[in-house]
Design a protein around this ligand. Sequence first.
Ligand code: HEC
Ligand code: HEC
Length: 307
Amino acid sequence: MSDFTSNFWSVYVTAITLGGIIACLLLLWIASRKKVVATTDNTTGHVWDGDLTEMNNPLPLWWVGLFIITVVFGLCYLAFYPGLGNFAGKLGWSTSGEYDKEIAKANKELEPLYARFTSMKVEEVAKDPQATAIGERLFMNNCAQCHGSDARGSKGFPNLTDADWLHGGTPEKITETLTAGRMGNMPPMAAAVGTADDVKNVANYVLSLSGSPHDSLRASLGKAKFGACAACHGADGKGNPALGSANLTDDIWLHGWGEAAIINIINNGKTNQMPAQAEKLTAAQIHVLASYVWGLSNNQAPAKAAQ
Ligand code: HEC
Ligand code: HEC
């Protein structure tokens, strides 16, 4: 993989690096050949502070030897390790490769710890105190930055502790969400709905679905236009987990509550992504995490029917 977007920079870096080494050698060569015309006492003839003179001796051999060794070392290093622009080096060493190796080693060491949980069902793992402790640690390290340390989410990032699911809250669906990620995509709908006034009417109809404060005249006018939304949100507005379309009847608002927020989403649409974890976490880690997440909404409260 190259970190350079254009080959120019690779050539530029290579030229400066090799040019620097060649310049060192050249300097060494010139210095060893060129003799300042010496006076009879073998000094350069310069005198400082009254009596300080400079001898005109050649470079000591050991010093020249060291110099050449560093140059040879530099060239060997550049041949084996990355340093010359895009050239990866003969050993193929890289910091990310080193990191991957360390992660693989750590995962290998942790395998026996996870082995016990892999054979258990999500419902059982969710009740296991050790698995819950591991799940919580994994959640803090990998998920809390988006879903919050209490997993209650924030605007745009779903609350994982309630029974409201965009993509389904069964153990299988949660595992699927973590493994492959999710892409929530609502296209801009203004054109399909009609005028700005129609959009406002539909927004009020949406508000009425959850019993939120709304203008009932506008809501009744908007109802007819909701057909444009029904394909994804369902005729009853309860959403469809297969599409990740939100339930509009539950008064839980991922992207903000109120007429203005809904008008905004109808006009501009929304793309919202949950990143896939399969590359980052092992299947066993995802299993423990899925159990932890499932437990957040099912352990404390009496199990609600997951959508
Ligand atoms: C970069 C931010 C980010 C990170 C990190 C992240 N998520 Fe998400 N997650 C999201 C977003 C955004 C969504 C909503 C996707 C959508 O709107 O369809 C989401 C959705 C979900 C859902 C589906 C919720 C539903 O209602 O169906 C689950 C479950 C989930 N995340 C769990 C996790 C877990 C566990 C982790 C840690 C491994 C994690 N997420 C890490 C941003 C993130
Ligand atoms: C092509 C499918 C599709 C259509 C058509 C569609 N939506 Fe959506 N809508 C979605 C998806 C998917 C989401 C969830 C976005 C996300 O993952 O965050 C969503 C989210 C929303 C939200 C945000 C809910 C929240 O919790 O904040 C509102 C409001 C909404 N849609 C209203 C509408 C209205 C009104 C219409 C009709 C004018 C409509 N949608 C048409 C797919 C659709």
